[in-house]
Design a protein around this ligand. Structure first.
Ligand code: MN
Length: 385
């Protein structure tokens, strides 16, 4: 039996992970759950899965959760401190990190340091601290299993292959809701437009990242750290149908692709059961129904965030951490109606240019830059609102 903790259990990845565990039966036991604010759902999940511990970040919900869970013997941990404590436990087999944004970095690091394998949906962990996480992995022997459809696809394509035979990897992206929007209309985009993703149902932050295509930029950086390939070997192809989740081209020009319906339960389950593919009842792929698959080059004028991410990675050091924090804060300001859609890439670029660059930052230095960058973003005035 494998013991699993799920960080972000009430979010989209967390809920899908629990569905996967339902599918897998009693070979997997939920050991810990964490939620940000949704105490009601956390209590429901805890009553069903009977973990040893739960974490609630929002202190307003603590009394309610304690009163509901105390009599059934579940420990309730509170706040950021409680989250980091759960993530440091070395007596579990897999920690699923479904947290949103840079807040996921330290929990990933704690688990890796504790020698616990991480099923990682929080790509920001690797974007912020890829070098440190890689170093800690080699010390503790912990592994990272990607829970991102593209990286799961690459992982599956690389199974049984030799890394030095890889010519390049091709990350596919749907192009989001604005793939064909008239360039003159980008300045008028409002959050409700950007939150309509054509193929995937996800949380708000990643949905906006898909609309700017920063999500693909972050995934290029994520792929670099996960697979140890240089940035020059990672390409992006726009594939609006979201059926091919990514591809690997080998030196003999043979290309392997992984296909499936756009459903996160598939990459989540593979992260838990690899190298096996276990029977599941959810919907399968009907290629005849889909009929055709199409591809386009990514448009860097339309989506400048892609270029910003490649540049940050090429410059190395703290650039990708600052890019990530600036993006996150800009996205929240956009969702709050404080800045326009076109402010997002401008703010990210400005924040990267103005930060004090460090080639090999420590965790403390990354955290202090995170603080600096989020304040800097808040100080920038919108040019479009
Ligand atoms: Mn993805």
């Amino acid at each position: 039996m494998k013991k699993i903790s799920i960080l972000g259990s009430t979010g989209s990845i967390g809920i899908n992970t629990l569905n996967v565990i339902d599918n897998l039966g009693d070979k997997y036991k939920v050991f810990g759950l964490s939620a940000n604010k949704n105490g009601k759902l956390l209590v429901e999940q805890a009553k069903k899965y009977r973990p040893e511990s739960v974490v609630i970040i929002d202190t307003d919900a603590v009394d309610f959760i304690k009163s509901e869970l105390k009599e059934i013997g579940i420990t309730v941990l509170v706040g950021r401190e409680g989250l980091l404590e759960l993530a440091s436990r070395d007596d579990i087999d897999i920690m699923v990190n479904g947290l949103v944004g840079s807040s996921g970095m330290e929990p990933t690091l704690n688990a890796v340091k504790a020698g616990v394998d991480v099923a990682l949906s929080n790509k920001e962990s690797l974007v912020m601290a890829g070098e440190i996480i890689e170093r800690e992995k080699s010390v503790s022997g912990a592994k990272i299993f990607p829970v991102d459809s593209e990286h799961s696809a690459i992982w599956q394509c690389l199974t049984g292959e030799t890394l030095e035979d890889v010519e390049r990897i091709i990350l596919t992206g749907s192009g989001g809701p604005f793939r064909t929007l008239d360039l003159n209309r980008f300045k008028d985009v409002i959050p409700a437009d950007a939150l309509k993703h054509p193929n995937w149902k996800m949380g708000n932050k990643i949905t906006i990242d898909s609309a700017t295509m920063m999500n693909k930029g972050l995934e290029v950086i994520e792929a670099h750290w996960l697979f140890g390939l240089s940035i020059e070997k990672i390409d992006i192809v726009v594939h609006p149908e979201s059926i091919i989740h990514s591809m690997v081209e080998f030196k003999d020009k043979s290309v392997k692709a992984q296909l499936g319906v756009p459903d996160m339960k598939i990459p989540i389950q593979y992260a838990l059961t690899h190298p096996r593919h276990i029977t599941a009842a959810w919907q399968g792929l009907d290629l005849i129904e889909i009929e055709s698959l199409t591809f386009q080059a990514p448009d860097l004028n339309r989506f400048p965030c892609i270029g910003l991410a490649y540049n940050a990675m090429k410059q190395g050091g703290t650039n990708s951490a600052v890019l990530n924090v600036a993006n996150e804060q800009a996205v929240y300001r956009f969702l709050d109606g404080e800045i326009g859609f076109l402010d997002i890439p401008e703010i990210i670029e400005k924040t990267c240019e103005n930060h004090e660059w460090i080639e090999h930052p420590s965790v403390e230095e990354i955290l202090s830059l995170e603080n600096w960058a989020s304040n800097f973003v808040k100080s920038i005035e919108s040019r479009y609102i």
